[in-house]
Design a protein around this ligand. Sequence first.
Ligand SMILES: O=C([C@H](O)CO)[C@H](O)[C@H](O)COP(=O)(O)O
Length: 230
Amino acid sequence: MRSIVQISLDLTNIDEALETAHLAMRAGVDWLEAGTPLILAEGLHGVRALREAFPETPIVADLKTMDGGYLEAEMMAKAGATHVVVMARAHEETIRCVVKAGADFGCKVMGDNMVCEDMVAGAKWLEDLGCDFVIHHIGYDERRGIAARGMRMPSPLDQLREVVGAVKIPVQAVGGLSLEQAIECPKYGAPLVVLGAPLTIDADAFKTADGDLEASLKLICDAVHAQTVG
Ligand SMILES: O=C([C@H](O)CO)[C@H](O)[C@H](O)COP(=O)(O)O
């Protein structure tokens, strides 16, 4: 499979999200993600605005569903999301409901193994329940908390090979990756590369020497697209 670049729009208003999304699409990004902050701030309107501006582009709604799964997935799919996210720590029935809604409304389901005691088993569990993708995710607060206590920050790369080996569906690694690490994900067998904080929070670190964000994002997209998995 050709590797894919997804940009997570962890922003809090539609204008900023659209501006970043336009830049990302010009640079060659494949998928847009309505990040959790955008969904909280703008809800379905945010997803609709992205769908209207980018009629053909896959849109991941990072809902992090924990309950009421069918309705959440249905609403997001009707607003234009092509992918919704359910948590492995949700009840089994919730995951089944999201998978059922995905089938009913033509939407793919990404299962997120964040905070699973056994993240490899969590990924397998998500696959067994019918999810189409696994998000192998070390959460933002967990990473910050551990770092604040002076301990080594966990990375999704630590167990990425094991997660990839445990499932047949495509895996995405998320949480605190540097750009260099994100670009390397296909080498671990994970073809869905997400670019998050480096672009939307720490843009300076992401820019090329001449400060051209779009040009540097294009280089990153080219480096990811040059890699195939499987
Ligand atoms: O999903 C996310 C997190 O749970 C906060 O909502 C973020 O999108 C994700 O953690 C992004 O990580 P970075 O790649 O470190 O930006």
